[in-house]
Design a binder for this molecule. Structure first.
Ligand SMILES: [Zn+2]
Length: 165
């Protein structure tokens, strides 16, 4: 028999950086700094991401575009790859994202693209912990308690039915 089901999630929204936890604020500021280092000559859309690891270490990344467009990579995946490569075993617990156009920081928050959602979700599954996603902007801050909330009914390693180590 057909059943109608619903998936929803709750997130927090703040009007200023002053309202959020100091650790989250620091992460947003790291993401903002990382956005300045973006290489975005084609889109002029500069994104910075900062990942806080369980140990407290913060690792950042920015988007790096390429003349062969699909060869470019997003800030979120750069930051997570940086964390995984240089701090193996130190689990990401939070990820902040900030973006800027030629007129400065975006007014509204910018969310991770589908590719990045998939990668952030894998980090959660791989490490068995939630990753808080903190979206910063000029006018508001949004905090999502688990990256998995951004990818409902996700495909993940459990679907492969393999024993991975
Ligand atoms: Zn992305």
């Amino acid at each position: 028999m057909m059943k109608s089901k619903n998936i929803s999630f709750t997130f927090s929204e703040y009007e200023s950086l002053e309202e959020i936890d100091p650790c989250d604020r620091e992460l947003v500021l790291s993401a903002r700094k990382a956005a300045e280092n973006a290489y975005a000559p084609y889109s002029h859309f500069k994104v910075g991401a900062a990942v806080r690891l369980e140990s407290g270490v913060v690792v950042s990344g920015s988007n790096v575009e390429n003349a062969a467009f699909p060869s470019g990579i997003c800030a979120e995946r750069n930051a997570l790859a940086n964390a995984s490569s240089n701090h193996p075993g130190d689990k990401p617990v939070a990820l902040a994202i900030m973006a800027a156009t030629s007129s400065g920081l975006t007014e509204d928050t910018v969310s991770p693209c589908g590719n990045c959602r998939q990668v952030i979700a894998e980090e959660e599954i791989r490490n068995g912990n939630k990753i808080r996603v903190i979206l910063g902007s000029r006018k508001k801050i949004r905090i999502i308690e688990s990256a998995g909330d951004l990818l409902p009914l996700q495909f993940n390693r459990n679907d492969l039915e393999l024993t991975l180590h």
